[in-house]
Design a binder for this molecule. Structure first.
Ligand SMILES: [Zn+2]
Length: 158
């Protein structure tokens, strides 16, 4: 058994929700901002509004209060890289490396990308977290409470 087969077996073993094996690859799902478990449900329903839980398989995206604080690290990483590239591009275009004008031009071209960076930061954070801890075994009180609420909502009032 090679590593890929072994990883697939482990994934099947921890798949307690009976979600069918996703058809989409993990990178395709990440780029399209889809749920890390079913890879079909959209993580976002608006520009910055999230679907939570996943509309297809019911996976909770926000696992604890302040969960998306972790996405700020990803956001910082993306923003720094993108800003540096934009600054370098404007510097080369205008042959002006260290001036406020170059900085403002880079900022002006960076700002429209903020929603995109916001979304991908959260998506990458969810993927990293779900890769490290795919099951609900280690769920904290907040996640347990939300899972219970979801269960009650699907059962309906009796
Ligand atoms: Zn899903």
């Amino acid at each position: 058994m090679n590593f890929g087969e072994c990883a697939q077996r482990v994934r099947e073993m921890v798949n307690l929700h009976g979600t069918p094996t996703p058809k989409r690859g993990i990178w395709a799902a990440l780029i399209r901002q889809r749920c890390p478990r079913c890879r079909e449900g959209k993580i976002f329903r608006g520009l910055v509004t999230m679907n939570d839980p996943c509309p297809v398989c019911g996976l909770l995206f926000q696992r604890e209060e302040g969960y998306f604080l972790g996405a700020m690290y990803v956001s910082y990483f993306f923003s720094s890289g993108i800003y540096l590239v934009l600054h370098a591009l404007w510097s080369i275009l205008r042959d002006d490396w260290f001036s406020y004008a170059t900085m403002f031009r880079a900022m002006a071209t960076f700002l429209p990308l903020v929603p995109l960076i916001f979304r991908y930061s959260r998506v990458v954070w969810i993927y990293l977290d779900r890769d490290a801890c795919p099951t609900d075994f280690s769920a904290g009180p907040y996640e347990k409470m939300r899972l219970r609420q979801l269960q009650q909502n699907t059962e309906g009032p009796n």
